[in-house]
Design a binder for this molecule. Structure first.
Ligand SMILES: Cc1ncc(COP(=O)(O)O)c(C=O)c1O
Length: 373
């Protein structure tokens, strides 16, 4: 049996009529950039998050650095984040001209460990940038409390957790803005690139809107800016898919429960944990080998048996060759948990359109490897 890592085409087939109808509507409208479909999707996205504003941009990386710029983060400003994230989190800090400061992650959630943040704060610190890694929210209540105490901005990297919730808080509720990615493999993904900022801050809304459109909010009047808009065709695809995001996340949670039950007896790898009271949306289902030296062999075993398992992310940012490429960066304290996560992680196939048989087969093969000792 072959189990693929992504189910994009299956998802398309399941909701084809809705996606096709929206694409058709855009094509017939004659307005493909900053048109009515983008406006409609921005309204829907803001309503979904319970925020006042949503701004569609070119991709998730742009969503981050446009937000940093809108909040005045630039050269000399330190932003605290983690190294076990997709590269773009740090990249966006550097594009804005800031200094990326890396602290360790929590070994249970792999999100930023709030207990490590305060020791990293200096007079230059301007912002905290938690990443809701793998689909589970970081501890935003603790992060908000630290930000309030030290008067810092908070920007959530929510590329991986649309629809997730914490214990008593929603994404974008306890921050200045949350930034998401709509690249196809995300829980809410389009057939290409896209991104958005959701916020309750009217200045972030106003400035990001201008920055994404050549510094313009009025025809022929410009200030400094860029070209980073979410195309209307993508907005149409996303508008159709947004209606199904909660069902999709619910199905991901069911597969995660099936994996958890089937893999519970494993002795050579550990399973992901959901923090009590949180709503994890399993963008990725990531297990960790207990021994770093086992990881590559485990991954190869799964791949050789037709299971397209992957690693997110096998080389932490600070361990990438050439780090930090002439950019400003500081590692604050030891970061053994982030390094361990990078060395041991294995992502099993996880998408709503998986079948029962595919999940069972993946479990059987993972347990076969586990028993080999
Ligand atoms: C945690 C994280 N941050 C940022 C990004 C950047 O998003 P994009 O690829 O849309 O630029 C991604 C995904 O690609 C991501 O996973």
């Amino acid at each position: 049996m072959n189990v693929s890592f992504y189910g994009h085409v299956r998802q398309y087939h399941n909701i084809k009529s809705e996606i096709d109808a929206n694409i058709h509507e855009v094509l017939e409208s004659g307005q493909y950039v900053m048109g009515p479909m983008l406006k409609r999707f921005e309204k829907e996205l803001a309503a979904y998050h319970g925020t006042k504003y949503a701004i569609g941009v070119g991709n998730g990386t742009d969503a981050l650095w446009l937000t940093f710029m809108a909040l005045g983060i630039g050269p000399g400003d330190e932003c605290i984040t983690t190294t076990n994230t997709f590269f773009a989190t740090a990249e966006a800090i550097w594009i804005a001209g800031g200094t990326a400061v890396f602290v360790d992650s929590d070994p249970k959630t792999n999100c930023i460990d709030p207990a490590k943040i305060e020791a990293a704060i200096t007079p230059k610190t301007r912002a905290l940038v938690p990443v809701h890694l793998y689909g589970q929210c970081a501890d935003m209540k603790a992060i908000r409390a630290i930000a309030d105490k030290h008067k810092l901005l908070v920007i959530e990297d929510n590329a991986q957790a649309v629809g997730a919730r914490g214990n008593g808080f929603r994404i974008a509720e306890l921050s200045d803005a949350a930034c998401t990615s709509f690249i196809i493999q995300k829980n809410l993904g389009t057939f290409g690139d896209g991104g958005a900022v959701v916020t309750n801050n009217s200045e972030v809304d106003r400035i990001v809107r201008k920055l994404r459109n050549h510094g313009s909010d009025k025809r022929s009047c410009h200030s400094y800016g860029f070209n980073s808009r979410l195309d209307d065709l993508h907005a149409g695809v996303l508008s159709a898919k947004l209606k199904h995001i909660d069902d999709g996340n619910c199905q991901r949670r069911k597969w995660a429960a099936q994996y958890n039950a089937g893999l519970a007896g494993a002795t050579r790898f550990t399973l992901p944990t959901e923090t009590a009271g949180y709503h994890h949306v399993y963008h990725l289902y990531v297990i960790e080998t207990k021994e770093p030296r086992d990881r590559d062999a485990f991954l190869s075993f799964l791949n050789e048996n037709g299971i397209d398992a992957k690693c997110h992310y096998p080389i932490a940012i600070h361990q990438q060759e050439g780090f930090p490429w002439g950019k400003q960066a500081r590692i604050a304290g030891a970061i053994p948990n982030s390094e361990r996560n990078a060395a041991c992680c294995v992502s099993l196939p996880m998408f709503p359109e998986l079948t029962e048989e595919e999940v069972d087969y993946t479990i059987a093969k993972a347990m076969e490897w586990d028993r080999r000792g």
